[in-house]
Design a protein around this ligand. Structure first.
Ligand code: NAP
Ligand code: ZN
Length: 335
């Protein structure tokens, strides 16, 4: 097979530059995908900047991939050449540990992220284990569905796994790539939805996406006014937050769930959790089973990302715009 061409970062925070690598022989369990679109998740930005100390350079970012299968390994039985598929944060797992056996491959200790220690989707092609190439329902457009593969599943899974239902009062904190999909999914689960945002100008769109209420978190005192109001708060913010104010905004038995990678340790008084029997949790992307289900739900409930398209060669512009919180709401690179 020929070399794969993409855009790689060669040092922390550096610009993406054209880069190619030889993928070698196609593994029997892998499929090769010709990439049409790849979303720009804020996690790519964290990886480019080595915020998590795990980046090894050079590497090609990108883990919200949509494309068409152009080759399948000898033992692949579940996918076909010509199928349109999506790939998210994970590209492989061991397949036999306790977590893989119960369908929680995203918790596998041997799990391989698509663009950590491997090259991701800001490229013309990619290879992944066939179990992580998820068929995309026909009703969904490639550009709008790409962001669902990481951002969408990351908000869908915790809503599903925490049993969100019509009686739930849900808040989505941060209306960016993840958050604007979180509002749509929370609404589809039937909840009463509140959007928390630092950007006043997002109010109208947040309401159109399904939010019943909008709280501008730049207003001092806004969080105090909603003390004791929520069953479930999902933080998609990449910056530090006033966590005690959010715990205070929970009803008894409420949960603050973090998916956004805030950098500092969370400061929360033990007693503020104890008294209302409250909890703080975290959630990593989601399993292939949940990815299949989430795409099906998105197709049936008309949930999609609002995108801003960039040519693949303009990936640096897209990354710069994500850093400035100027994208409405997800940058997608197109080949
Ligand atoms: P994004 O598109 O940049 O959106 C983040 C949003 O957070 C912004 O649009 C903004 O919303 C809000 N925000 C940004 N800076 C803020 C600040 N200083 N204070 C308060 N709010 C701020 O990013 P994303 O792609 O949605 O990703 C969000 C986070 O989730 C990142 O840390 C990413 O690494 C993480 N992530 C985690 C997982 C997982 O598996 N757990 C998966 C994917 C991504 P407003 O303008 O509405 O305030
Ligand atoms: Zn991501």
């Amino acid at each position: 097979m020929s070399e794969i061409h993409g855009l790689a970062t060669h040092a922390a925070g550096a610009q993406l530059l054209p880069y190619k690598y030889d993928p070698g022989e196609l593994k029997p369990t892998d499929v090769e995908i010709k990439i049409s679109h790849c979303g720009v998740c804020h996690s790519d930005v964290h990886l480019i900047d080595n915020d998590w100390g795990v980046s090894k350079y050079p590497f090609i970012p990108g883990h919200e991939i949509v494309g068409t299968i152009i080759a399948v390994g000898d033992s692949v039985k579940d996918r076909l050449v010509g199928e349109r598929v999506g790939v998210g944060w994970q590209a492989d797992s061991c397949g036999y540990c306790e977590w893989c056996r119960q369908g929680d491959e995203h918790l596998c200790a041997q799990g391989q992220p698509t663009c950590v220690g491997r090259n991701g989707g800001y490229a013309d092609r990619i290879r992944v284990n066939s179990r992580f190439a998820i068929p995309v329902p026909e009703a969904l457009d490639s550009e709008n569905v790409a962001p669902l593969l990481c951002g969408g599943i990351t908000v869908y899974s915790p809503l599903r796994n925490h049993g969100i239902r019509p009686s739930s009062r849900v808040g989505i904190i941060g209306i960016g790539g993840l958050g604007h999909m979180g509002v749509q999914f929370a609404r589809a689960f039937g909840a009463e939805v509140t959007a928390f945002s630092t950007s006043k100008d997002k109010e109208e769109e947040a309401r159109q996406l399904g939010a019943h209420h909008f709280i501008n978190t730049r207003d001092t005192g806004a969080l105090k006014k909603v003390a004791g109001a929520f069953d479930f708060l999902l933080s998609t913010v990449s910056a530090d937050q006033d966590w005690s104010a959010y715990v205070n905004a929970l009803r008894p038995k409420g949960i603050v769930c973090v998916v956004g990678a805030s950098p500092s340790p969370m400061q929360i008084q033990a007693f503020s959790l104890i008294s209302g029997q409250k909890a703080v949790s975290g959630s990593p992307t989601g399993s292939p089973r949940d990815l299949h289900e989430m795409l099906d739900v998105a197709a049936r409930h008309n949930i999609k990302a609002i995108t801003e398209r960039f040519a693949m060669a303009k990936a640096n512009e897209a990354v710069a715009k994500v850093k400035k919180n100027q994208v409405r709401y997800r940058a997608v690179l197109a080949n």
